[in-house]
Design a protein around this ligand. Sequence first.
Ligand code: ARG
Length: 506
Amino acid sequence: MNQQDNMQTKDYWRGRLSGKMPENVLNFISSLNEDARLVEIDIDVVQAHNLMLYRQNIISKEDAAKIMDGLEKARSAWQSGQLKLANYIDIHPLVESYLMDSYGVEIGGKSHLGKSRNDQVMADVRIYLRNATLETSELLADFCDILLNLAQAHTQTLMPGYTHTQQAQVITLAHYLLSYSGAFQRDMERLEQCYSRINLNPLGACALAGTSLPLDRNYTSELLGFDDVLENSIDAISNRDFAVELAGHLANLMATLSRMANDLILWSSYEFAMVELADELTDISSAMPQKKNPCPLEMLRGKTGTVYGNLMQLLTMLHATPTGYNKDLQETKPPLWQALDTVQASLRVLCQVWNNITIKKERMYQLVCENQITALDLAELLVRSGLAFRQAHFLVGQLVRECSRQGKAAWQNLNVKQVNDTAQTVAGKTLELNQEELSAAINPAQSVASRSVIGGPAEIQTKAALIKQRQKLSEQRQKAEDKRAKLKSTHENLKMSVRDLQINPA
Ligand code: ARG
């Protein structure tokens, strides 16, 4: 009887070490919790690696077939809840030991040849992230669709545009919405570029500096749908720049989402009253019976801190870790998962909010009529009548001051005589403005119509922007769909190769 006869599969990893790790330490260093979402990906990765070992004549067909079979059994055990995430440091030895339990160490013990958990976990994470990145892009595309459809319906819905949270210029709701759908399309672009840096194959890098075995890194890339090999073996297992990049994009996106959420929180207040949120998407106060609180939007705003924190967590954890794999790097996963979950949940909530919102057009219109929001339009009219802009600015400032004193309706009732007289007093200029020109300049609808500069709120520009954005969005959607289709067919091919070996083991 030799030493191995008494060993459990679990003991094989600790040949170098005596004694058993205390449970609290095991739990402290384990990544099993965050590995839960990687189980099936890990199985795919081990299968692809072993298909390659077989093709390279490094393991026999028979062994490869058993390895495929054992791994499929592990998959079924996971799917049916029999494979429990416990007692192991991470998912990789857990899957390997399942294989060894099925086919013994003679077979199962071959599956880790030519790889390390260092390149393996990177392959798993990259596969997980490419899917999650695509999912986030698809959610963004759905959200953009909602915004663009609403924009289409509101090209003439006038509302105040703000700077410093003070009325600035008249805009339309469409113009506002297009400003966000444009930003979200840039987020999609960023995610797409980031995808190309995520979807690279680290397998073959092994623990740090490759292996003497004749591995075919291109073949595992092909089997797993990686766009290319991540060549330098140290780089492949050491670096987490792709994770920081993704978290950075997610934090950036969250900033935009939270700004929009904050607008809606303000706009749904009694004071603004420009929109009303659906009852189902608001919450009550336990004390004040009148309350209708925009809690989902506030949570989104609050969770922005979570995502920023995730980015900081990653950067801080990575800071000055020595080159090569260090266990610290295991801490890449939780903040990434949390950032992705938070952003995706936020996107879903905002889609629901906009899908169920009531736009209070009359109130928006009232707000653009009560104040002097068209002051710049009047100043520009005065410039066309011969004043220097600074003179016009000063003159209109005086008129605004006067109208503010007179009350809400004063600006819209501004009289041409008053304007001409002020020009005479303030600038010593005789203007020959007529009432019609003046009324047009200060009219909110005409103000919007006059701003037909590229990207302005005039309907003609809004319609052009809608066409452009829809076109761009459909291109972006197409790119995401192509990637999805490629990943799907690659995965089907992998399954087929696995099945082929299972069916023809010899
Ligand atoms: N659970 C580890 C992680 O997530 C896998 C790699 C472990 N490698 C090692 N040399 N300890 O990073």
